[in-house]
Structures are given as structure tokens and as C-alpha cells.
Design a protein around this ligand. Structure first.
Ligand code: B1M
Length: 208
């Protein structure tokens, strides 16, 4: 029987080949795709999230782990769909209008996917109305906004207001280097995360 502990270790180490080989073996053995996802891939990414928060690993390790997870997910995704495994929540993430920084946003996307969320990545330089329209179209439960420039922080406020003004039952979460908890409270966002691992915790809280 394929070893899911070894699979999560492969994710932690960012060992793409082993992650893909064990995922394939597990599926060939007839293991449930949801079990491979939760006990292998997500278990590994959870460890990375905890270590990242504790400054025991850094951005390169997270990116390498996420890449290994992505490769294994390519095998697993069609099987999950066949098996009807539901994501734990649906989130949308984008960088606000006027801001082109996307490295942090992409990390948040990867960590959320790693935690079992379905994620709509709406890209960079996204206008408030575009966030609203896409949230309506996709039916997400939480919308995440990223900003790296002090000059684009006001676009966060406009976006949060636009989402609330549209009457959507969607929670908002913000993050990015210049952003703080106090700023989130000031603009009426429902959550703030200082890093990508915390973003997962906040998204879980907001979707529960
Ligand atoms: Co820009 N840039 N940049 N830049 N850039 C900064 C942000 C800056 C601090 C550099 C500096 O002056 N020291 C400065 C901002 C100053 C300020 O406003 N206070 C700055 C500037 C001024 C600019 C330009 C205006 C420069 C110019 O053209 N004159 C210009 C603006 C372009 C625009 O956006 N309109 C610009 C352009 C660029 C590049 C295109 C060259 C490039 C971006 C490439 C890309 O993203 N694809 C770039 C880069 C790389 C940086 C620095 C060097 C690195 C940013 C980064 O990726 N960090 C940055 C200086 C620095 O931070 N050392 C800088 C790594 C990333 C993982 O961290 O994004 O903070 P971060 O994400 C973290 C958390 O913040 C959090 O989780 C992530 C992981 O833990 N997080 C969230 C982020 N989003 C979240 C969302 C959440 C939750 C958590 O919920 C939804």
C-alpha cells in the first residue's frame, strides 16, 4: 500500500518526483483520492504552513513544496472530481487596482489550495467592480485582497466598500506588507493576515 506519510514528507521536502510517484501508486492501489489529498498532500502543506509561520522555513521552501503539491494535484484532480470530493471552501484572491505585485498573492493562493480551498485567482491591478462581478459570477465565500504599496491601500477600502455595497454575502480578508490589523478594522474588512499561512487560518474562520 502506498505510504501517505512518505507522500507528506515528499511535499515538505519539495520532492516533486517522489510526490508524483507515491500519488500515482496510491491511486493505482485504489486508495480514495480524498484520503491521498488530506493525509498526504494537505498534511504536508500544513507542516510547511506551521514552519513558515515559525520562521523555520522561508519563501523558497514554500514555493518548492507548493510546486511538488501542484504536480501531484495534476494526477489527483480528475480523480477527486470523479469521486465528488468537495473543497473545504471557495475563495477569490487578487491584487488591488494600481498594484502589480503578485508574489505574496500567489503564495496565499498556493497555501489556500494546499489547505483544500478552491481558489479563483483574479490576478493583479483588479478594479473594485471587477472583484464584485467575479465574486457574483463564481459564488465565492471569501474575497482576499493583496496590496504592497501604501498608494494602493485606498483601493482596498474602495473594494471592500464595493463588495459590501453590492449586498453580497461574502467575507473580505486583506494582507500585504504595508497592511495591518488596525487598517483592516478601519476599512471594515472581516479579516487580516500577516502571512500566507495565517491567511489559511483566517479563510477557514471566515468560511465556517
Ligand atoms: Co515593488 N515595491 N514596486 N516591485 N517591490 C516594494 C513593495 C517596496 C516596499 C520597495 C521599496 O521601496 N523598498 C516599494 C513600496 C513602498 C511603499 O509603498 N511603501 C515598492 C515600489 C515603490 C514599487 C514601484 C512603485 C517602483 C517604481 O516603479 N518606482 C513599482 C510599482 C508597480 C505597481 O505595482 N504599480 C514596483 C514594482 C515592482 C516589481 C514589478 C519590480 C516587483 C514585483 C514583481 C511581482 O510581484 N511580480 C517588485 C518587487 C519584487 C518588490 C519587493 C522587492 C518585493 C515584494 C515581494 O514580492 N515580497 C518589495 C520590497 C520588499 O518587500 N522587500 C517592493 C515577497 C512576498 C512574498 O511578500 O508580498 O509582502 P509579500 O507577501 C507576504 C505577506 O505580505 C502576505 O503573505 C505573503 C507571504 O507571507 N500577504 C497576504 C500578501 N498578500 C496577502 C493577502 C492576504 C493575506 C496575506 O489575504 C488576501
Amino acid at each position: 500500500m502506498a505510504d501517505l506519510k512518505a507522500l507528506s514528507e515528499a511535499i515538505i521536502k519539495g520532492d516533486q518526483k517522489t510526490a508524483v510517484d507515491i500519488t500515482k501508486a496510491a491511486l493505482d492501489d485504489g486508495m480514495a483520492p480524498g484520503t491521498v489529498l488530506s493525509d498526504g498532500l494537505i498534511a504536508g502543506m500544513n507542516v510547511i504552513g506551521v514552519r513558515f509561520k515559525a520562521n523555520e522555513v522561508y519563501i523558497p521552501e514554500v514555493l518548492i513544496a507548493a510546486r511538488a503539491m501542484k504536480m501531484a494535484m495534476e494526477l489527483l484532480e480528475p480523480k477527486l472530481i470523479e469521486a465528488g470530493v468537495q473543497p473545504i471552501g471557495k475563495a477569490m484572491i487578487g491584487t488591488v487596482q494600481g498594484d502589480l505585485h503578485d508574489i505574496g498573492k500567489n503564495l496565499v493562493v498556493m497555501m489556500l489550495k494546499g489547505a483544500g480551498f478552491e481558489v479563483v485567482d483574479i490576478g493583479v491591478d483588479v478594479a473594485p467592480d471587477a472583484f464584485v462581478d467575479k465574486a457574483k459570477e463564481t459564488g465565492v465565500q471569501v474575497v482576499g485582497l493583496s496590496a504592497l504599496l501604501t498608494t494602493t491601500m485606498p483601493a482596498m477600502e474602495k473594494t471592500v466598500q464595493a463588495i459590501k455595497g453590492a449586498g453580497l454575502s461574502v467575507k473580505t480578508m486583506i494582507g500585504g506588507a504595508p497592511v495591518t490589523q488596525a487598517y483592516a478594522e478601519k476599512i471594515g474588512a472581516d479579516g487580516y493576515a500577516a502571512d500566507a499561512a495565517t491567511a489559511v487560518d483566517i479563510a477557514k474562520e471566515l468560511t465556517n
